[in-house]
Each structure stands twice: as structure tokens, then as C-alpha cells.
Design a protein around this ligand. Structure first.
Ligand SMILES: [Zn+2]
Length: 234
């Protein structure tokens, strides 16, 4: 059997993680977190996929910790963050809580991990308000298609900007917070249009164009965005 390389995305905990597999003539599996923000997995040729998944599952908490460390290092080195179309500087301060003022986000001083966690919590709270506000604003135009307003869930996803579940949830990516408002709105309207049309066929396209006449331009803009090398879809 020959050596090969392949990659796939898997769900670990709440996160979607890219796994790059290299199979070669070796005896055991070896796991590493790559600087690219992916899982590097070396395996012996011939190991079945089920064994690979079991192995990943077994090391789930280790991987999630590596991922948190990596996200933290990335954010710390950046020193700034895109927030709904604006660049804000991340500035440590001695006060309580996070405070947004004049293009700066004041973050309570602490370890890098504490700061990362605080920013993440704050971002989720902001996302909750912003996304829910957009859903509420648009809901009157869509309530004819559903018995109840879909319930918002905010997730970090690698491959999706958003999705609408048949069980009544609208899932929106936390990473949308780093995009301009008109692109966040695009995804919200896109998912709400799925209440009327499950696919992206002509009926769906008509409804999108009816509500957002410039949806094509917004879609082109969103399609330029990559999350760790991925082009997420809706
Ligand atoms: Zn869609």
C-alpha cells in the first residue's frame, strides 16, 4: 500500500477542526497541532478511518487545549480585531469588564488566557444582541413561512457562516462578528429565506433578490473571506 495525504473536517466538542492525514510506512499514529491551525496526524498506511476517528476522539481535550492556545497566541500577536466592519485596538486596562470606546476595546489586564476568554465572552454577548436584533427586524417579512421564530444559536464554525435547522434553530457563526454589518445581514436573510425554500433554487434566489436587491454583490464580498483557508458556505 502506498503513502498518501488527505484532509477532512471533523467536529471536536463545539469546534470544527481540519485534520491533515499523512499515511506512510510507520508503526504508530502521531498527533500534532500545526502552526497553520490544523491537526497533523501521521498514521501507518492501512489504518481504517474508524480507528483514526477513535484516536482523535480519545485526544479531544488535548486538541481543544492546543487549539485554544493557538487562538490565543494568534489574537495576542495581532493586537487588534475586526469588529463589525471597524478595526479596534485591543488595549489592556485595570477596570472591570470590557469597554468599547473610540476605536479601542479595553480588556481587563490578566494572563493571555484570561484576556482571550474575556474577549470571547464579550464577543458572544455582542453577537447575541446584534444577530437577534437583525432576526427580529426581518422577522415580520418571514413569519408567514414558519409557525415560530427560529431560536438563535451562536457557534464557532469552520465551514459554515450559518445554517437553519428543521428543528427550529438558526445557527450563526461567531466569526461573522469580524465582518461588516451588511454581510452579517446577508447571512441572516439567507437563513430566513430557507424557511420558505430548503435549497438554493430559483425560488430561493427570487426571495433573496426581493428582500436584498444587492444580495449578489454582498455574496461576492462574503465569498472572498476565508476562515483558516476555508471558504465557508451558508
Ligand atoms: Zn443556504
Amino acid at each position: 500500500m502506498k503513502a498518501y495525504k488527505q484532509q477532512f473536517v471533523t467536529q471536536l466538542g463545539e469546534e470544527e477542526i481540519t485534520v491533515v492525514i499523512q499515511a506512510s510506512r510507520r508503526k504508530s499514529m502521531r498527533l500534532a497541532w500545526s502552526p497553520a491551525g490544523q491537526v497533523d496526524l501521521r498514521i501507518p498506511v492501512g489504518v481504517p478511518r474508524s480507528d483514526v476517528l477513535t484516536f482523535l476522539k480519545k485526544h479531544e481535550s488535548w486538541l481543544l487545549q492546543r487549539r485554544r492556545d493557538w487562538l490565543q497566541a494568534r489574537d495576542a500577536s495581532r493586537g487588534s480585531m475586526e469588529l463589525v466592519g471597524e478595526t479596534v485596538q485591543l488595549v489592556p486596562w485595570q477596570g472591570r469588564g470590557l469597554k468599547l470606546e473610540e476605536g479601542r476595546l479595553l480588556v481587563p489586564a490578566g494572563s493571555e488566557q484570561q484576556q482571550t476568554d474575556a474577549i470571547d465572552r464579550w464577543l458572544r454577548q455582542q453577537a447575541k444582541e446584534l444577530y437577534q436584533g437583525l432576526i427580529d427586524d426581518w422577522w415580520p417579512q418571514f413569519q408567514q413561512y414558519a409557525a415560530a421564530k427560529p431560536v438563535l444559536r451562536i457557534k464557532r464554525m469552520r465551514t459554515r457562516w450559518g445554517s437553519l435547522s428543521t428543528r427550529g434553530y438558526i445557527n450563526l457563526n461567531l466569526a461573522l462578528m469580524h465582518q461588516p454589518l451588511d454581510l452579517i445581514e446577508l447571512v441572516v436573510v439567507h437563513e430566513l429565506c430557507h424557511l420558505a425554500h430548503f435549497d438554493h433554487g430559483p425560488g430561493f434566489r427570487r426571495l433573496m433578490a426581493h428582500h436584498l436587491p444587492d444580495c449578489r454583490a454582498r455574496e461576492q464580498q462574503l465569498n472572498q473571506v476565508r476562515l483558516n483557508g476555508f471558504q465557508p458556505t451558508c
